[in-house]
Design a protein around this ligand. Structure first.
Ligand code: AMP
Length: 273
């Protein structure tokens, strides 16, 4: 596995690769969720590039940028064992200069849910993903359904900016008890980890109700709020796959999303029905 930190060096190197290129952008502290994206890419592509870059522009003032977990050595091992061809490990100065050009998230979809709690977050996400796509020029790029709004906005950006990369959504990987894997789970104390389980439990309850043909959104939300109980809820939202609010669930076209604060850690989870 080649490790490259210079953007132009990577771009020049990838120009020599004639194989199909799969790309997985990450912020590192890799876990089995990231690994499942890498495995999908390995199945579909002849050449796989992973980036590890904690993107400062997607963090708001006061968020966890300074303490975001960093595990470069473990990440290198995980990527190498998984058969990654190139690991891109840039520094901030390799990606950003002065007086930057930014990609703006759309006024509506970029400022609801996560975008409402973290205004401007998606400008940073779209800007860095745009830069990374321009450096790597992948044929396929893999994103987790766990970050459903991010996936939705990146898919929209690719369509609206006429980019030629194909976005591949990958299912959420969970712990055996249901907790969605996240690099931020390391912040949770034992007690908080137990509390955090309420999120996936609420989502499972919602999917059970739907399988009993209970499709009314308000009833489902009520049951979820009961389970989430004492957690500080950011949002519980039931949307269609275009991210529009619905009153009744339509199977095959619904996403149920939860954001809650557990201790000081903001956790996201969702299910696609
Ligand atoms: P991050 O390092 O948190 O920026 O995540 C990098 C990519 O991994 C994003 O596309 C995430 O949606 C995806 N991802 C994070 N957690 C999971 C998970 N538990 N299962 C599947 N994909 C995930």
């Amino acid at each position: 596995m080649k490790i490259i930190s210079d953007a132009l060096e990577l771009k020049a190197y990838l120009k020599t690769i004639t194989k199909s290129v799969g790309f997985i952008p990450t912020m590192g502290a890799l876990h089995d969720g990231h690994l499942s994206l890498i495995k999908e890419a390995k199945k579909e592509c002849e050449f796989v590039v992973v980036s590890v870059f904690v993107n400062p522009t997607q963090f708001l003032a006061g968020e966890d940028l300074a303490k975001y977990p960093s595990r470069d050595e473990a990440d290198k091992k995980i990527c190498s064992l998984a058969g990654v061809d190139v690991l891109f490990l840039p520094q901030v100065k390799d990606i950003y200069g002065e007086d930057e050009v930014y990609v703006s998230a759309p006024d509506v979809r970029g400022y609801v849910l996560e975008g409402a709690t973290r205004p401007g977050h998606f400008n940073g996400v779209l800007t860095v993903v745009n830069k990374l796509f321009n450096i790597v020029s992948p044929d396929y790029a893999y994103f987790g359904k766990k970050d459903a709004q991010q996936l939705n906005l990146i898919t929209l950006m690719v369509k609206q900016l006429f980019m030629s990369v194909k976005i591949v959504p990958v299912d959420t990987v969970r712990e055996s008890d249901g907790l969605a894997l996240s690099s931020r789970n390391v912040y949770l104390s034992t007690k908080e980890r137990k509390e955090a389980l309420k999120i996936s439990t609420a989502l499972y309850e919602a999917s059970k109700m739907v399988s009993r043909k209970e499709f009314v959104v308000d009833d489902i939300k009520m049951s979820m709020y009961k389970i989430l109980g004492s957690l500080e809820i950011g949002y519980v939202e039931i949307l269609n796959r275009e991210f529009k609010i619905v009153e009744e669930i339509e199977i095959g076209n619904t996403v149920i999303l939860v954001e809650a604060l557990v201790g000081t850690t903001r956790l996201l989870d969702n299910i696609w029905l």
